[in-house]
Design a protein around this ligand. Sequence first.
Ligand code: SF4
Length: 253
Amino acid sequence: MMKRDRLKKLASDERFISGIYNYCDRWCERCPQTSRCLNFAMSEEELSDPEARDIQNDAFWKTLSGVFEETLELLRESAKEWGIDLETLDSKGDLESMKAKDAAVKNHVLSRAAKRYSGWVEDWFKERETLFFEMAAAAREGVSLEEAVEVIRWYQYFICAKVMRALHGKSEEEEEGCDEFPSDSDGSAKIALIAIDRSIGAWAVIQHYLTDDDKEVIDFIAFLDSLRQAMEETFPKARSFIRPGFDEIDPSR
Ligand code: SF4
C-alpha cells in the first residue's frame, strides 16, 4: 500500500502537469503524456505487483481501499490547513441538493441522447456478426477496421460520462454565479466533443468498408453530429478550453 509520505512526494514532483488527468480521455495505453501524469504514476506504482493487477484478486481491492483511505486522510489534512471544518458541513442538506442536481443532469436532453447512443452502439455490435469479414477485407487494403472499432468502443460510454460531468459543472457554476473562463464544465465538454469527433471519424471508416448497405452507420454519424452541435451550443467556449498537457505548448520540453 502506498504510504502517505510517498503519495505527498509524488504529488509534489514537478514533472507532473497539474490536473492533466481531469480533461483527458483516460485512454492511458494511447496517451502521449503518461510520464507527466500523477494519476498514471500512482496507478503504476500501486498496481506494479502482478497480483494486484488482477481485478479478481483480493489484493486489487485492498490496494484501492488503501489509496482511498490515504486520500481521505490527505483531504482531512488539507481541509484543516484551509480552515474548513468537515464535521460542520450540512451533510443532509447537501445530500438532498446533490440528489436533485444528479436527477436534473440525468434527465437533461444531452445526457439522454448520449446515453441512448451508448445503448444503440451496444445493440449494433451485437447484431453485426459479419463485421469480422469486413475487418478482413479492410485489412487487405491496409486499413484497420479493428482500430476504428476500438475507438468507438472506448468512447461509447465515455461520451455520456463527460457530457453529464459538464452539465453538472455548469449547474454548479450557475448556482455559484460563476461565469469565469476557463471553467471545469468547459474542460469536460471539450473532452466530450473530442470523443464525439473521433467517434464520427471511426464510424466513417467503418461505413467506407462495410460490405452491405447498413444505413444505421450513417444514422450514428448523423446522431453524433447533432449531439456535437447541441454540445457546442450549450458550451460555446468549450472548444477554446486549453487542456493542460494536451492543448498547450509545454515550455519544459
Ligand atoms: S493524462 Fe494520460 S496517463 Fe494520465 S490518466 Fe489521462 S490518459 Fe491516462
